[in-house]
Design a protein around this ligand. Structure first.
Ligand SMILES: [Zn+2]
Length: 385
């Protein structure tokens, strides 16, 4: 058991309301939601078997869930999944022109090719892998698994199993709980702040497949073989097309082009991953608050930004709070339920944390030691246990 020095514990009193705890939603895209995060037809599964007499005593989370569920049921397939699937398909369709532009001898066309390839790659590997890891791209389990392997392994050069385990089972299930989902995976305390924030992220495309390999240790031969094969397929197909379609003359320039395109959004990628959790309330595994308090105190939204909205997706940018409360909704559905969620949380006097990208960057830059090097303090929310 983890012991926490008294000076690291911050006690904060919040409005208390008794109620059932939303069953920890660490599942693959909403087991408690009974997979109807989009079907609109299935009966909502009452959490914990709450009977009619218990309805009055229902928790804030259940009340909010009902409001969100109603909106999901009233939404079309296009709103629930179609828009996000179309954005991902559009990114995929950008790849052929990008390879052709990269074959141009004119600097302007070549630069346009690099930009198009970088953007398409980022949409597929950030937005695509994130939605696929949550199973938010399809209602069928088999297809959800297929998309997870396609986006995480082929496009993202990572292990689908490790991705789902780390993101869904740890980060989402134990958001900001010390030692479990506290985002410490992103901390590299020995790096100085400028290197960490602006230079080290550029190595993400090289580190990612190596970390994936390390994660495979101890797994079945079949799983290892599949992941190695899929990651190699993704990397080699891009390399092959650069040589054979774009006409790159040397392997070195082709590899350099791959690195530039793959690292184009690595800096904001690392920033976004740390900005939205680190520096907010942290909880002890032994006295964690109820889910709605955990998520509203430990998650922050960034403002809308046309570039990041498209490339990262709303659930990672301006709807991160909504995403942590309802992790199996697609980006577009998170955006649709945002007004209802923010209004509800404000009415119930719960935090709805928002801050701008540059304000967060400034905060991390000036408090780097405290946030990224030292152990974080633990918050105890008094009155909600
Ligand atoms: Zn997520």
């Amino acid at each position: 058991m983890q012991t926490v020095p008294e000076e690291r514990v911050v006690r904060r009193r919040v409005g208390s309301e008794d109620g059932e705890e939303w069953k920890k939603n660490g599942g693959t895209g909403g087991e408690e939601w009974k997979k109807n995060g989009g079907t609109g037809g299935e009966e909502w599964k009452k959490n914990g078997g709450a009977g009619v007499e218990e309805v009055e005593k229902e928790s804030l989370m259940m009340e909010l869930t009902r409001l969100v569920q109603k909106m999901v049921k009233e939404s079309s397939w296009w709103e629930r999944r179609g828009i996000d699937c179309s954005i991902l398909a559009a990114a995929f369709l950008c790849l052929p022109p990008a390879f052709l532009l990269l074959g141009s001898s004119r600097l302007l066309w070549f630069s346009a090719g690099v930009l198009l390839m970088g953007v398409a790659h980022a949409v597929l590997t950030i937005k695509g892998t994130h939605l696929a890891s949550h199973g938010a791209l399809s209602e069928s389990q088999a297809w959800a698994k297929f998309w997870a392997v396609f986006f995480i392994e082929i496009c993202g050069s990572f292990s689908a199993r490790a991705g789902v385990q780390g993101h869904i089972k740890m980060h989402h299930a134990h958001t900001n709980v010390i030692g479990l989902g506290d985002s410490s995976v992103w901390k590299v305390p020995f790096l100085p702040r400028t290197i960490y924030l602006f230079v080290a992220p550029l190595t993400v495309p090289i580190i990612t497949p190596l970390v994936a390999l390390a994660h495979l240790k101890g797994h079945s031969v079949a799983l290892i073989a599949r992941t190695v094969l899929m990651v190699t397929l993704g990397l080699y197909s891009q390399y092959w097309l650069l040589i054979n379609v774009s006409g790159f003359q040397s392997p070195l320039t082709a590899l350099l082009c791959m690195l530039v395109c793959r690292a184009m959004f690595s800096v904001p990628y690392i920033h976004v991953n740390i900005f939205q959790h680190i520096g907010l309330d942290m909880f002890s595994p032994t006295s964690r608050p109820k889910r709605i308090y955990q998520m509203t105190h430990g998650v922050l939204n960034l403002p809308r930004n046309p570039v990041l909205d498209w490339i990262f997706g709303h659930s990672l940018i301006n709807c991160h709070v909504e995403h942590h409360l309802f992790p199996f909704l697609s980006d577009n559905m998170c955006l649709k339920v945002k007004p209802v969620v923010s209004k509800y949380l404000t009415e119930k006097k719960l935090p709805y944390q928002q801050d701008s990208y540059f304000s967060r960057l400034n905060f991390f830059f000036h408090k780097y030691q405290e946030l990224m090097v030292f152990a974080p303090p633990i918050t105890e929310l008094v009155g909600v246990q």
